[in-house]
Structures are given as C-alpha cells and as structure tokens.
Design a protein around this ligand. Structure first.
Ligand SMILES: [Zn+2]
Length: 442
C-alpha cells in the first residue's frame, strides 16, 4: 500500500466518528442503516486498495471466513524473497570487490576466493535479515488493512456474496427491526460501537448496568448484609455463587449484543452460544439459592434438588454443543428447552409447600407469593421475547427504543434483582427463626 492510500485510509477512519452523528435522512434512505451505510462506503474505499492484489470481487467479499491467522501475507512473503535476493547479490558484489583488493597484496587468486566466500556469507546474512524485515512489514501492512474488508473463504464461490450495504441474514432474525444495524465490523469497532447509537445500544447498556448492579450488590451483601444477619460460611458461598451467576449471565449477554455484528459469522455465532450459556447460568444461580433456602431445614431434599438442577443445566450445556442447536430450525426446540428448565422449579415449589404444612403455613404465605411474582415476571418477559410485540405492530418505528428484546432485557434484570431480594429476605428469616422439629423429621 502506498503512502497516499495509507493516509487516505487513516483520514477515513477518523471521519467515521464524525459521520456517525450526522442526523438521519441527510445521507441515507428510509430503510438504510447509518452504520451500514458507513460500512458500505468503507468497503467501497477499500475495494480500490484491493484492486492490486488480483483477487476477484467474489473472493474479496466472501462472508463467513475464519478469523485471520497472524501470518505475513502473500505480498509480504514476496517482498521478503526479493529482499533476500537483493541482499545476496549486493553482498556477493561487495565481497568480490574487497577480495580483489586484498588479493592484489597477498596473491590475486587466493584473495579472490576467500573474499568471494566471506562476502557471499555476509551478504546472505544481511540480505536475509533485510528481506525478513521487509516481509514482516509488508505482512503487517496487509493485515492492518484487512479488517476493513471482507476476507475470502472456502465457500465464497458457492453462494453469491451479499451486497455490501445489505444486512447479513444471521443478524436479521427480527424482520420488524429495519434500521440501526451494525454489520461486518472488526472486533475493535464492535467494542467502540458501545458508544454509538444502534439498535443494540439499549440491549448492551441494560445488561451492562445490570452487571454493575449485581456487582455492587455482591460487595454490599458480603460486607454488610450477611455479617449483620449472622450468616454462616455456607450462606457466604451460596450468596457469592448466586451473584456470580447473575453477573456472568449479564456479561455474556453484553458480549453477544456487542459482537453479534462481527465481520465473521462464526464469531457472532460463538457469542450467541455464550449468550445462551449465560442464560442457563443465570437460571442456575436462581435455583441454587432458591433450593438452598427453601429446603434449609431438610438436608435430604436440598441435596436431591440441587443435584437434579445441576444435572439439568449440564444437559442444556451439552445440547448446545450440537451443531444444529443455534440454527433457525431449532428455534422452537430452544424455547421448549428454556421453558422446561425454568418451569421445572414448580415441582420443588409444590413439594416445599407440602413439606411446610400446606398453603396455610406462615412461611408459605410469606414466600410463596414471591415465587409466584418471579414466575409472573419470567412469563411476561418470555412472552415479549417470542411474540416480538410491540415492534410487530409498529414495524420500523421501534428500531432504537421500545422493541421486545429491550423489554426482555430489562425484565430479566428486574427478575434477577427480585430473586436476590427474596433470597436475602429468606436468609434473614432462617437466621432469626430456628428450623421446626416436624420438618427435620420428614
Ligand atoms: Zn439479548
């Protein structure tokens, strides 16, 4: 890449930041995303750089290639070879000359031979070094320019490449969100897009703030709430596990919504798998704390339910390894698995009510409503998630704010917060009132 192109590229990336804030309508059409528009422009600029490398446009815009390995590129290798050759030649020449001069003094023939040999060696070494350096530099340049365009992949020729300004299919799982997509971004720009308005901004920030909430709650619980309630070591462990699970759940979601627009579909899919794994971990956090305190006075059932829940979550993890798990065809099955894992909690709840002497018991009257509220929030959140309401009725109008996934995210934080508060409450209750005799006998 020559200096002019380099400079152009630099100013282009700088301009990108200003362009993000140009008001909608002045630069792009109705349904064209501003980020996508910019990406399109970026690729156009880059295509002119890539005209030199001899690859076809199909190869250049192949979608779904693997992450680039950190090897020097073809151009770099070529430059290295050339450098080696030049160095060898120069060394040979210099050596020959020096040898000639020395030979004049100590015998023309012998000097010529020795000088030739030494010069050859020195020249080879110098040439190799220079060539390597040049090759490395060229490779680096090539790598640096790579994030701005799409790399070729094995299946590039099999399917027609998508037009540059079209949103990738795997990002468009919600047809009612028509604008605000980020697409084909390298990791660095994915991270930077945290501060850019897109249709994922609320999704990202809701769970980033959720993470901060549970992180702060964790510190507050471990330093103030638990010591003042006279908590045991077990309480500390359960509380830490629960809040750690909630934080992991939030961070996985943030990661997915940040990197779903990655230029590599594989990377996007991996983050999606991690998002699902995070949800299972969040559910595990709820179960562990819930079962631990509900069956506080009955060690046998506490162990039975903890083991069952762990086995169930592990099964969900293994299901995720299946290559079809994240496909559109398995969408329904994913929802069924997710619902059964969450719904399973009704069984220990009913058992707990029965063990405590039915709905009339004071502890049941105090805590059963909390479980009901928890399930109610979960059900409402899930209904939003699958029905895609309200954007279904206002397609293209709730792209940035008010879409179903945003409601689902906020309700998820509310739900986990509610569960945490309930757990703190039941923990304090358990430490203020000893276990009744009749439950321990069962
Ligand atoms: Zn999400």
């Amino acid at each position: 890449m020559d200096n002019k192109a380099k400079q152009e590229l630099k100013s282009h990336s700088l301009n990108l930041w200003h362009k993000f804030w140009i008001p909608k309508g002045s630069l792009w059409g109705e349904n064209e995303s501003r980020l996508d528009y910019l990406n399109g422009e970026r690729f156009n600029t880059l295509n002119s750089y890539y005209k030199k490398d001899g690859r076809s446009p199909d190869q250049r815009s192949g979608w779904g290639g693997r992450e680039g390995a950190g090897r020097p590129g073809k151009a770099g290798k070529k430059a290295g070879k050339a450098g080696k050759k030049a160095g060898k030649k120069a060394g040979k020449k210099a050596g020959k000359k020096a040898g000639k001069k020395a030979g004049k003094k100590a015998g023309k023939k012998a000097g010529k031979k020795a000088g030739k040999k030494a010069g050859k060696k020195a020249g080879k070494k110098a040439g190799k070094k220079a060539g390597k350096k040049a090759g490395k530099k060229a490779g680096k340049e090539r790598r640096e320019s790579r994030p701005l365009a799409l790399r070729g992949s094995k299946d590039a020729g099999a399917s027609a490449p998508p037009p540059r300004h079209v949103i990738p299919v795997f990002l468009k799982d919600n047809p009612y969100i028509t604008d605000g997509y980020r697409a084909y971004l390298p990791s660095r720009l994915c991270l930077k897009s945290l501060f850019i308005l897109s249709n994922e901004t609320v999704n990202i920030w809701s769970h980033l703030l959720g993470f901060l909430l549970f992180f702060t709650l964790g510190i507050y619980d471990l330093t103030a709430v638990l010591p003042s309630a006279g908590a045991s070591r077990e309480d500390f462990v359960i509380c830490s596990v629960c809040l750690f699970c909630f934080q992991v759940c939030m961070l996985c979601s943030v990661g997915y919504h940040l990197f779903c627009c990655h230029r590599s579909e594989k990377t996007s899919r991996r983050w999606m798998a991690l998002d699902y794994a995070g949800i299972s971990i969040g559910i595990l956090g709820c179960y562990v704390s819930g079962v631990f305190y509900a069956f506080y006075c009955n060690n046998y059932w506490r162990q039975v339910y903890l083991i069952t829940v762990l086995a169930m979550i592990l099964a969900v993890f293994f299901a995720q390894i299946h290559p079809s798990y994240l496909t559109q065809q398995w969408h329904r099955l994913r929802s069924i698995i997710f619902c059964s894992v969450s719904g399973y909690g009704i069984i220990p709840t009913i058992h707990w009510v029965w063990l405590n002497g039915g709905v009339g018991a004071s502890i049941v009257q105090e805590f059963a409503p909390r479980v009901v509220v928890m399930y109610f929030i979960a059900a409402v959140a899930f209904l939003f998630y699958i029905s895609k309401v309200p954007e279904r009725y206002f397609p293209g109008q709730l792209n940035y704010l008010g879409s179903s996934h945003q409601v689902w995210h906020i309700l998820a934080v509310v739900m986990l917060y509610w569960w945490h508060q309930s757990m703190v409450y039941i923990m304090q209750y358990r430490h203020s009132k000893p276990c009744p005799e009749y439950i321990t006998d069962l």
